[in-house]
Design a protein around this ligand. Sequence first.
Ligand code: PLP
Length: 485
Amino acid sequence: MKILNLTLEDGADKLYLKIANAIREAIKNGNASTGESLPSARTLATQLAVNRHTIMSAYHELEAQGWVESKERQGYSVAQTLPIYHSQKDNDKLNEANSKHQWRLVKTSNNSLQRQASDYLFNFAGGNPDIALFPFNEFRSYVNEAMSRPLINELNYGNNNGFPAFITEVSTYLRRVRAIADKDIIVVNGSQEALYIISQILLKTGDKVAVESLGYRPAWNALENAGAELIGVKQTKDGIDVEHLEQLFKQHKLRLLYLTPLHQYPTTTTLPAAQRIKIYHLARQYNVPIIEDDYDHEFHYDSQPLAPMAANDPAGLVIYLSSFSKIMFPGIRLGIIAVDKTLVPDIISYRTMINHKANVVLQDAVARWMKDGAFERHLRKATRIYQKRRQCMVETLNSFIAEGIKLDFTVPPGGMTLWVNVGGNAKEIATAARDNNIFLLAENAFHLAQESDENKFIRLGFAGQSEDKIKQGLLLLKPLLNRKG
Ligand SMILES: Cc1ncc(COP(=O)(O)O)c(C=O)c1O
């Protein structure tokens, strides 16, 4: 330890005793913890502007009392076992700690902090990428490059849209791979930040927002936090029910539409091109912007994925979100808003209240990674592996069906999960699975209206674990799937 903040009390004690008392208080308050090394006598002498011998005397005193230990050539450290010491002052402090300030919370969120899915031995959580596939060594060299040749100007306050070289790479990629050409790019710390900002700038209390009736709760939380009233659009086996959406447009003054068209969250169905066109025309007719959340675009296996709605948006009403959480890993906190340039200044100026600079070094590294083609190489590899894992899960579940277990599912053309009809008891299966160290979610976790829960579907993510793990986990799950209500 180089510095320890000490408060010397006034009084008639000798200086070395005052210093010893101050160090002891620091230890008792937990500012220096057991075993931690203490500043050298020389450092403390300079810090307190006293003679080094005075500090040595203070340390000797504390050593004699059992608070401090000294080791040759290593200096002083806090004793491993501290003397039990209770004065009236200590008791007062303890009482003080027990009567902490009560916060007056005026806004809370309903996010529950539960045990993490990754704590389970078998993790079938829906959208987890397999982080072990990420080429950390390769990526480190781009981080090194970004650190050795930084664009000094960009490191300072100023531009808050994102690192220009990264925006260039992302624009090229979106144009080439997703056919999105006429949008401006804003870089965010993950799509969730985008959802929050967009909700804040486009919605006020009581505004109605149409969302998929089975959907992505974190997006709903952001919308509701801005005061929105959510209205669920019914779903068919092809995604949202366009006729129902049309009725909602007629009945309500909708202000926004939030959709996951490519791999509907959580069912993984792909909204067909014809439905997209109808939805777009309705949105245009009623003047309602669409948030298109395209969170796992690359992981499409049987064909080229449909171009996003944002690729054909002459009115500029689609706000397109993309995330690096699946492509890289969630901890990278990198996402993109592709939006008509008319909305850019408002998004940036709102975002500047939350965060007035994006993580430039990280974006610089990712830009270099993308420019070199290594990014797309990683994507091709991950897509191939996920496709095999989808196959493995499908074959394993089909073998259960062949043995007489009642399951029904459609193999999705892409995405990272299967949406499996287990016929009933879905919630009970999910709960029993956790007792067997298996994480999965049942449909109740995704309904906007709990009364719509039929308790039939479970969601099984296939991307995040090896084929062996998928098979082992499913075998362990098998007796639970076979249970009669
Ligand atoms: C529907 C949906 N949108 C977005 C995301 C990604 O969010 P973020 O970029 O904030 O990690 C996810 C990740 O699970 C998702 O499922």
